[in-house]
Design a protein. Sequence first.
Length: 98
Amino acid sequence: MSQERLYKVLLAPVVSEKAVGSAEAVSQVVFKVTKDAKKPEIKAAVEKMFDVKVDNVRTLVMKGKTKRTRFGLGKRNDWKKAYVRLAEGHDIDFAMGG
């Protein structure tokens, strides 16, 4: 995996009530990732960017919602989400910048 690819895999952290709850309970962080990202790439990207140890990665594809617009029915894009469980003693704090 190239260094350039690792920097493009992670798009953004997902900050929701469920994501914040799991971060506090089981040391788990949620990221929005590219649709073609594989688990080893996600693991390597998180370890490199945040200098933490990753235990495991779980991924899922979020299906885009169908929305009514003035032009008829429209559909939002599908996107991929990754649940990254950190090793014990490691933490990522987005409020403090890492």
